[in-house]
Design a protein around this ligand. Sequence first.
Ligand code: PGA
Length: 235
Amino acid sequence: MKVIQVKHAQEGGKQAFAQLKEAMDKGITTLGLATGSTPVTLYQEMVTSALDFSHLTSVNLDEYVGLSGENPQSYRYFMNEHLFNKKPFKETFVPNGQAKDLDEECARYNDIIAQHPIDLQVLGIGRNGHIGFNEPGTSFDVQTHVVALTDSTIEANKRYFDSIEEVPTHALSMGIASILKSKQIILMAFGKEKAAAVAKMIEGPVTEQLPASVLQMHPNVIVIVDEQAASELTK
Ligand code: PGA
């Protein structure tokens, strides 16, 4: 893992954007994208850049079960607002949280990933070390799956909803096995509340109890952290 320390999230977005540009110069075709507060500065850089993304396909990590793409709390809505409405892509994929048969939707999404192998995957990390919605204890071998969100994740995400009762309890998420197939991974983490997870991800054992630790096994990972998120690293 290559670790790049930056001052703050703004600088982190610029760093991630520089990496993306470099990958685009090499001719990548498919981005794996993430939601949450972490990638927002990267998306701002993309939106304000002169770059054209209309030849790229994007495949998002996850979506809440039960929310339609018109719901402002859905990840489809988030992606449209922060990126796709401003910078058109060739094709954009987000799991369908309203699918009647969720297992079928997982299989459909696996097919999409197989047809559009991800060149560059953007990731955040949860306070409990999750990537995508792969919570602690998730097998490293799973592909897209239905996830019961942990209390810690529901608590962290309630800030986007009027009340904690409105936070969906389940999500569809690309699995760890799918994430590991990406050719390159950029994980960003900003803020003190990510420091413990970042330290365990980089310096701790590879364990399903800390899903992001699996990235130690991937040959091409760049971690971009601000000073606070890096504060518990010892090396
Ligand atoms: P955040 O979420 O970017 O909103 O902190 C990251 C995550 O939970 O993966």
